[in-house]
Design a protein around this ligand. Sequence first.
Ligand code: PEP
Ligand code: MG
Length: 577
Amino acid sequence: MLYSGIAASPGIAIGRAFLYDIEKYKVARYEVSESQTEEEIDQFKEAVQRTKNEILEVKRKVAKEMSKEYADIFGAHLLVLEDPFLIIEVIQKIRKEKINVEYALWSVLESLISNFNALDDDYMRERASDVYDIGRRILQNLVDTKKITLADIQEEVIVVSHTLSPADAVNMYKSEIISFVTEIGGKTSHTAIMARALEVPAVLGIKDISSWVRSGDLLIVDGSRGIVIVNPDNETLLEYEKRREKLNEFIKGLTFLKDLPAQTLDGYRVEITANIEIPEEVDFVKNYGAEGIGIYRTEFMFLDRNELPSEDEQFEEYRKVVSKMNPYPVIIRTIDVGGDKFASQLNLPQEMNPSLGLRAIRLCLEYPDVFKTQLKAIFRTSKHGKIKIMFPMITCINEVIQVKKIIEEVKHELREEKIAFDESMEVGIMIETPSSALCADILASEVDFFSIGTNDLIQYALAVDRGSERLAYLYNPSHPAILRLIKFIIEAAHIKGIWVGMCGEMAGDPAYAIPLLGMGLDEFSMSALSISEVKEVIRNTTIHEAKELVSVILDFSTPEEVEEVIKKKVKEKINYK
Ligand code: PEP
Ligand code: MG
């Protein structure tokens, strides 16, 4: 069976499926070691005991508040827990198949339910129903206390899930997961960005895929074309194995570019930097020859944890990145929590439109202590390498002025504390809202650089949720509105004498390398994986040709016309096998 979705992270993975979505799809199955089976059994016994206590408590309450007659119903449930049938069956399954307890219990309950209707005897049917109800309670107790995360998965599997959060995706770094497939999500969602950062092929937005796949099925995930094949025949398997090899050869064939500059045939030079989310990515980035970090998304350190990271903890994280990248610069982007990234420790109220709500710089200005702690950690790090600082989701000049005032306070405190820092650190902002784009000329007077965040700029300018698989057809960097905004931002910045980078995903798409070059973009920041291809395109182009292409595409009225021309052009520049 072949399913199509959104090609979110390139590459081909072949492996066994692992259904992860506990809430929607009951429980995940995974194998445990011989020694761990007894731990699984102990957890089961504890969950049985906890369930027993809960039922006893309910029985006591009902007897007190209602009548003994009603309370007796729970007596039948207690009998189930004393009946060895369910208990023995589950324990045997864990020992025999060496699997996790939740899955063992769930599968025993599933076979019970399928035998249910076959029973003629009313009494037996009722008993089976009691066993099933109790089993579900035990299962709930197990799932509540033993929440597995993707970091716990130590098998080379392909995760299939309804959805994955950016925090789930970070956890993948510690696991053996080779790929993932989800039912919802867009190409510039932070989950997709993380997949590319970790070089994990991924396909998103395949409706109901979790219902068609079972844990253990053989899957082929073609993240470059957005295709998933379930239980392929031998011929297809062979074909994809060959294709995977070819793709790896293609990537290897570009490694010669690592130490070469991103320079056009006629000598026009731009900078290629990388996007990172966690310090562990720095090694990948260096392998691909990035000339710095164009965006370090620091908020990933704030996700999926109970307390805020302290100033010292942040300092240590930033220092790791900055000293490893030295002498290349690192642009640290201050916390961009909100939207699709949740920091539970802040206990923020739910919003109707999180992407338009208390996100990024708005949140930092609302919580100045959190903001100042981060700024202090960043400034302290500036003595360990070259740092620039950048603020997300700016919409007006007042925010920039407020931020600069807080920076001065932080600097003052550091001087008082006699802590050394780089006094001349460049301060920049992300241009990722239509208002900041249209006021680029005004904002340029206040900062040292811009970095265009096309992921959000497209979302806000076109009014299309970047995480929506249904609206993916409308989310398009080739839309004339986006091209005009980008051109305007770059020109406005250059008139005011500041440089402009781009750290949205558009910068890493080889198809846009020539138009962006032609518009005058100074720095291209992307996931490490894209560096070689974009560099190859730039090195095979002239600045004259790039400018000409820009004047052609700016005359088009539809994204389709733009795409056709730029895709044709990029094919002339790079030899895709
Ligand atoms: C962007 O919006 O383009 C960007 C780089 O920031 P993020 O993807 O983290 O929102
Ligand atoms: Mg953004």
